[in-house]
Ligand binder design. Structure first.
Ligand code: TYM
Length: 343
């Protein structure tokens, strides 16, 4: 039976990349799930700690992320939604997996390599001083694999930036199976589920992805943006000087990104949307993107404002989610301990 698992970090506000690349798919998978399927979503606070966080802000952000997910349609009656740090099984499994993870594989992770690269530039040295990077940043993908494998998840809906992490999760599942359970293969190999909007691009620099770490807030649309903020950001989105509108992600990344955002917001096929703009210009397209985004975000925005005030409800949801999450992983950990000889 299908077990869907995914996670999101509780830092910053949810942006359009998160929504079109992952959360919209979470909601679909939840709504289409049959009674024998399990759907679980986690707000991953331990992963957030790999970068410096202000404790007060982090505490607020995690509750806000829960309110955000609920506002977008994650339904605690249909999905298990919980804070990662409420289920210790993740860290225990992470430790066990770390003991079968080749360090070389972690060094090949692009996320790690890009961290090293930023340090290299800052110091303008060819030798990188790894002592200034924390170990959590390095072992981060093992914890992510543990998140997934603790539920013996079969499907993981994430954006394209998570592909390499998913590969590691499959490698670790496979090597655990071969080492400790060659006959029965205890862990299924989880597959990645991607949306047509697997990589939403920055509005200011269409050669990079939309991300919450960019210092330029006008590069991304956030859930809480007002209509006039959306208007300003979309009007300022970088496109090109080619006449007319065509969907051509390689040669026209900025224009194609806007088409993709429009298609995602109204849940239509991007090629089909593009055909409607053949004889039109960027002004027409941008106007419609603003309208579509405003339509998409209006209800969740109001829901979010209402839910974030309701602290009692949010804690009740988190508590129930944590209990269900722990129930689902206790068998896994008991079996893992038995298979490795720790019982
Ligand atoms: P995070 O919190 O960075 O992002 C959450 C989800 O949003 C997707 N995403 C995007 N998709 C398309 N275009 C973009 N510009 C864009 N930006 C972000 C991400 O792919 C992700 O699906 N390591 C994960 C969290 C995690 C996790 C897990 C995910 C921890 N454990 C287990 C799945 C399963 C992360 O940092 O996502």
């Amino acid at each position: 039976d299908r077990i869907v698992f995914s996670g999101i970090q509780p830092t910053g506000e949810l942006h359009l990349g998160n929504y079109l690349g992952a959360i919209s798919n979470w909601v679909k998978l939840q709504n289409e799930a049959r009674s024998n399927e399990q759907v679980l979503f986690s707000i991953v606070g331990w992963h957030a700690l790999t970068l410096p966080q202000n404790p007060k802000d982090l505490s607020r952000s995690r509750a806000d992320m829960l309110a955000t997910l609920l506002a977008f349609g994650i339904d605690p009656k249909r999905s298990v939604v919980f804070y990662q740090e409420d289920n210790q099984c993740h860290t225990e499994l992470s430790w066990i997996l770390s003991c079968i993870t080749p360090v070389g594989q972690l060094r090949r992770m692009t996320t790690w390599k890009s961290r090293l690269a930023t340090k290299r530039n800052a110091n303008s040295e060819s030798e990188v001083d790894e002592s200034i990077l924390n170990a959590g940043l390095f072992t981060y993908p093992i914890l992510q694999a543990a998140d997934i494998l603790a539920y013996r998840a079969t499907h993981v809906p994430v954006g394209e930036d998570q592909t390499q992490h998913l590969e590691l999760a499959r490698n670790l599942a496979d090597s655990f199976n071969r080492t400790f359970d060659p006959k029965k293969s205890f862990f299924p190999l989880p597959s990645q589920l991607i949306t047509p909007h697997r990589r939403v691009l920055s509005l200011k620099d269409p050669s990079s992805k939309m991300s919450k770490s960019s210092p330029d807030v006008s590069s991304r649309i956030s859930l809480t943006d007002t209509t006039s903020e959306i208007e300003r950001k979309i009007r300022g989105a970088v496109t090109d000087s080619i006449q007319g509108i065509t969907y051509d992600p390689v040669n026209r990344p900025g224009t194609s990104n806007l088409l993709s955002i429009l298609a995602g917001s109204v849940d239509e096929d991007v090629e089909q949307v593009a055909r409607r703009y053949e004889g039109k210009g960027h002004g027409d397209l941008k106007k419609d993107v603003v309208e579509a985004l405003d339509g998409l975000l209006k209800t969740p925005r109001t829901e979010f404002e209402r839910l974030r005030q309701d602290k009692g409800y949010l804690s009740a949801v988190a508590k129930e989610g944590a209990e269900k999450a722990k129930q689902r992983t206790s068998y896994t950990l008991q079996e893992v301990r038995r298979l490795v000889g720790l019982c």
